[in-house]
Design a protein around this ligand. Structure first.
Ligand code: SF4
Length: 368
């Protein structure tokens, strides 16, 4: 049990990130404006600049009196993330950004433009305490939780990049957000939920992206899934299962020693029943570790009557790791077995593979 307790301990106290508009609810934003001696409507103006026009520089906001702008900048728009490096591939349609936070901690986000949507994959923690052995982020441990301001800033930056025509050949709209970068989102619950509300609230309070276009992934923190269910927001839940049997999962996803496969799936079923949303099961295909036909069979039996969709993700190996992606023939057999059970399956494309697309790899490389 001691290991599990550790996972939920707040990492070492660091200087807190300054409070940002995105850390506050719309009511708190207005209350803060009044506290600063500004009329409440200024909070809406600030939110419009940030969430609708993706601007974070009050000096350029001509509808705010020039004398007021320094106060607004200090109390609502402190600079939370600074771009260190961007790497792109797929003709500019995939871009990974490495960000430095106020205390020097690095996190990353990835923007992926597809035919029908543009998605940003964001980090909710710096590092991760879940310790999955095949994951670069997991190897470094948890540095700290991100604030809602820091998570939201990655999304607003992505929305701006899309709007400015930096992703692909022409401007586009950021349409989807997935919490699948560094960190376990449900281990940083309140900032993640504040961020989700920033994403789905209509302008001016938020970005106005539909809840159904937001995916929150988890390794299976059952109390977190239950709490999320009660929020009454229809975000898609993704369960990072990676194997259907507890014996291997205890090793691949160590938190499994606390919440077993069946408990996690039951919590996901309840989430699906309550929200009417099909959930997804994420499965990193690791050669000769979890990609055997008998495991596909076990997974098929587990999922055949559930409202779940399987995403198989060819493992993007971390440098120096003994783990690697499955052989194509094993992957194809795995898909076929699942489909024979009537389970819907997608093999995720390996966007960003050549730019160290797996979570944590760019940040890890930068530290070397
Ligand atoms: S796979 Fe996800 S949950 Fe596991 S260590 Fe990596 S970031 Fe954390």
């Amino acid at each position: 049990m001691s290991e599990i307790k550790l996972v939920f301990e707040e990492p070492k106290q660091r200087k807190k990130a300054p409070q940002h508009l995105a850390d506050l609810t719309p009511e708190e934003r207005r209350a803060k404006a009044i506290e600063l001696g500004l009329p409440a409507f200024r909070a809406n103006q600030i939110a419009t600049h940030y969430f609708t026009h993706f601007s974070d520089d009050p000096e350029t906001w001509t509808d705010i009196p020039a004398t007021m702008r320094p106060l607004v900048a200090e109390h609502f728009m402190p600079k939370l993330i600074t771009l260190v490096k961007s790497v792109d591939c797929d003709n500019g349609k995939t871009r990974k950004d490495l960000w430095k936070l106020h205390d020097g901690v690095m996190v990353e986000s990835v923007i992926m433009r597809y035919k029908d949507r543009t998605t940003v994959c964001i980090s909710s923690q710096a590092g991760c305490g879940m310790n999955c052995p095949f994951c670069a982020t997991g190897q470094a441990g948890l540095t700290r939780n991100l604030t809602a301001g820091e998570i939201t800033a990655q999304i607003v930056a992505a929305a701006k990049a899309c709007n400015d025509g930096e992703i692909g050949e022409d401007p586009t709209r950021l349409s989807n957000v997935v919490f699948m970068g560094m960190g376990e989102p449900l281990a940083n619950y309140n900032p993640v939920i504040r961020t989700v509300r920033n994403i789905i609230s209509p302008n001016p309070d938020g970005l106005g992206i539909g809840a159904r276009s937001v995916t929150v992934s988890t390794v299976g923190l059952v109390p977190g899934i239950e709490k999320l269910m009660k929020e009454d927001i229809q975000v898609t839940l993704a369960i990072s299962l990676h194997t259907p049997d507890d014996e291997l999962r205890d090793t691949l996803v160590p938190i499994n020693s606390r919440w077993k496969v069946k408990e996690v799936l039951m919590a996901a079923d309840a989430y699906s029943d309550n929200t009417g949303r099909r959930y997804s099961v994420e499965y990193a295909m690791i050669r000769d570790i979890n990609d055997q036909a008998w495991r596909a069979d076990l997974l098929g039996r587990l999922l055949k009557n559930r409202d779940a969709h399987v995403n198989l993700i060819p493992l993007n190996p971390t440098p120096g790791s003994k783990w690697t992606a499955s052989r194509k023939k094993d992957e194809m057999e795995f898909v076929k077995i699942l489909e024979d059970y009537g389970v819907t399956v997608t093999v995720r494309d390996t966007r960003g593979r050549e730019i160290d697309g797996a979570c944590g790899q760019l940040a890890a490389a930068e530290k070397v």
